[in-house]
Design a protein around this ligand. Structure first.
Ligand code: CP
Ligand code: NVA
Length: 312
């Protein structure tokens, strides 16, 4: 496995191996044990969209692993002036040991990975956000002790988060119920692939329009912004369409009493989630944000240190 582009590319045992390593790196860090597993290596981080968590956690993660990270705004490199992805990939492969990219089109990331001879990690595209879901799965395992057989409800927009959660849950044996308005369903191919993966892993994949049905008896309630990066011009229309999809106290009552609330952040209180739930006792959003660091360090080590390579 050279790249980390979408979770459907991985088997359950591979994702679990990354999560186990993430737990170990987190425990090391808490105990003050250093782990320079990528000593002397360099990661290029290409950003065509804004970021707080992804940028800071990858940069700090590389530092903690004994390497370094370079922030490359796509506006400042020649890619932004029309140099091709193929040429950028081949040039960067001569200097760096890995590339993390956050951009719009998923096919651009696939092309970058095709031409790069070094690992490429997807730090969010319009279609997927796999690094976030690894942190989410780590958080759920910490809270519930296991993944298999749990029910996760995703409520809101059928966006990159919905797509990656569908894949991550299906591969790891978590039942997932996604509730979105009819015209804002997850990607149809992702939904189909998730159904195939779920069949192999004994879990269920359900889409419906009903947020209440999704949340009923769920162990994990997840939502994301109604207006993703690049959709700013649709903001008013989206607020109107999604207004009945808020995660609030009434809705949370339908979930299991020990259910937790997750959100990839940034969050917009009063829209996709009420202030009360976001700040309430069931919310684990800041543990989840912290786990971006540990999960991504595990991803980088698995791709960039041959001793930790993922085998099937
Ligand atoms: N959740 C997430 O990816 O956050 P950033 O956009 O801040 O990186
Ligand atoms: N769906 C959001 C996730 C941000 C981390 C977006 O793409 O903007």
């Amino acid at each position: 496995m050279k790249d980390f582009l979408r979770l459907y590319d991985f088997s359950r045992s591979q994702l679990e191996a990354i999560l186990d390593l993430a737990d170990q790196l987190k425990a090391d860090r808490q105990a003050g044990r250093e782990h320079p597993l990528l000593k002397g290596q360099s990661l290029g981080m290409i950003f065509a969209k804004s970021s707080t968590r992804t940028r800071v956690s990858f940069e700090v993660g590389m530092y903690q692993l004994g390497g370094e990270a370079l922030f490359l705004s796509s506006n400042d490199i020649q890619l932004g002036r029309g140099e091709t992805i193929a040429d950028t990939a081949r040039v960067m492969s001569r200097y760096l040991d890995g590339i993390m990219i956050r951009t719009f089109s998923h096919s651009d990331v696939v092309e970058l990975a095709r031409y790069a001879s070094i690992p490429v990690i997807n730090g969010l595209t319009d279609l997927h956000h796999p690094c976030q879901v690894m942190a989410d799965l780590q958080t759920i395992r910490e809270e519930k002790g296991h993944l298999e057989g749990l029910k996760l409800a995703y409520v809101g927009d059928g966006n990159n988060m919905a797509n990656s959660l569908l894949e991550g849950c299906a591969v790891c044996g978590v039942n997932i119920h996604v509730a979105t308005p009819f015209n804002y369903k997850p990607d149809p191919q992702v939904l189909e692939d998730a159904r195939q993966a779920a069949k192999l892993n004994g879990s269920a994949v359900i889409w419906s329009e009903s947020a209440d049905e999704a949340i009923a008896d769920a162990d994990v309630i997840y939502t994301d912004t109604w207006v993703s990066m690049g959709q700013e011009s649709e903001k008013q229309e989206r607020i109107r369409v999604f207004r009945d999809y808020q995660v609030n106290r009434e809705r949370m009552k339908l979930a299991r009493p020990d259910a937790i609330f997750l959100h990839c952040l940034p969050a917009y209180r009063g829209y996709e989630v009420s202030e009360e739930i976001f700040e309430g006792p069931q919310s684990r959003v800041f543990d989840e944000a912290e786990n971006r660091l540990h999960a991504q360090k595990a991803i980088m080590v698995s791709l960039m240190n041959p001793e930790y390579a993922l085998f099937e």
